[in-house]
Design a protein around this ligand. Structure first.
Ligand SMILES: *[C@@H]1O[C@H](CO)[C@@H](O)[C@H](O)[C@H]1NC(C)=O
Ligand SMILES: *[C@@H]1O[C@H](CO)[C@@H](O)[C@H](O)[C@H]1NC(C)=O
Ligand SMILES: *[C@@H]1O[C@H](CO)[C@@H](O)[C@H](O)[C@H]1NC(C)=O
Ligand SMILES: *[C@@H]1O[C@H](CO)[C@@H](O)[C@H](O)[C@H]1NC(C)=O
Length: 188
């Protein structure tokens, strides 16, 4: 009887140990250092009916009652914007761009100022050639917001990571500048 109990105990212990050794420790992985980091800025000048020459983004869909010239009320809920913005290594709009941020954002909450982003950094400079793809929720009232780096090409082949966004400047509803701290955890 005793040996049987002991055998059962040892069997269960073995089961526990074998299962825990097969589990990935995500907490530990999260403390891993990024394999590559970059800090870049991009500049968004929203078309407002008067700045066609300089605008880099445009409302392409508006909710009922709104229009595609002025962002709608209720935290811009339902406005969909396409952008093709210059990317710079410092926060100066007039610095030589090293690529373009291309994609969309859609304002997706009536009660909180929030957008959802999907875009690519298309980089063509002496240091970086390739694309980095981003997606995620952007709660604009947060000082910092984390979105996912979901892939890349060229110098960023198959990369993944996290990008921290910060609103670095905001001028009315015509111009904003985002600082993007990119931390890549998979580099090939
Ligand atoms: C376009 O940008 C230039 C340079 O920053 C500025 O001088 C000009 O006033 C802008 N034009 C419009 C229509 O916003
Ligand atoms: C768009 O909406 C804004 C604000 O509601 C209004 O001031 C503007 O006249 C509208 N523009 C057009 C072209 O309908
Ligand atoms: C990248 O830059 C080089 C050098 O300025 C240029 O010749 C090439 O056409 C650019 N490629 C793209 C995809 O923009
Ligand atoms: C935004 O801030 C809230 C409150 O500080 C936090 O819980 C949330 O994780 C933040 N969201 C993002 C995407 O960073």
């Amino acid at each position: 009887m005793e040996t049987r109990r002991l055998a059962t105990f040892l069997f269960l212990l073995f089961l526990c140990l074998s299962q825990s050794s097969g589990t990935i420790n995500y907490k530990k992985l999260r403390h891993r250092k990024p394999c590559k980091t970059l800090v870049l800025y991009f500049h968004d000048i929203i078309f407002n009916g008067k700045n066609a020459k300089n605008a880099t983004s445009s409302i392409i869909a508006a909710p009922e009652g709104g229009n595609r010239t002025i962002l709608s009320g209720q935290d811009h809920f339902g406005d969909l914007v396409v952008f093709n913005d210059p990317i710079t290594v410092d926060n100066n709009l007039h610095s030589e761009p090293i690529g373009r941020a291309q994609g969309i954002y859609v304002y997706d909450n009536k009660d909180v100022f929030t957008a959802w982003l999907a875009f690519s950094f298309v980089l063509n400079s002496t240091n970086y050639k390739g694309t980095i793809n981003f997606a995620g929720a952007d709660p604009l009232m947060n000082k910092t917001r984390d979105i996912s780096v979901i892939g890349g090409t060229g110098d960023f082949f198959m990369t993944r990571g996290v990008a921290t966004l910060m609103t670095d400047a905001l001028e009315g509803e015509v111009y904003f500048r985002l600082r993007v701290d990119i931390k890549l955890y998979e580099c090939w």
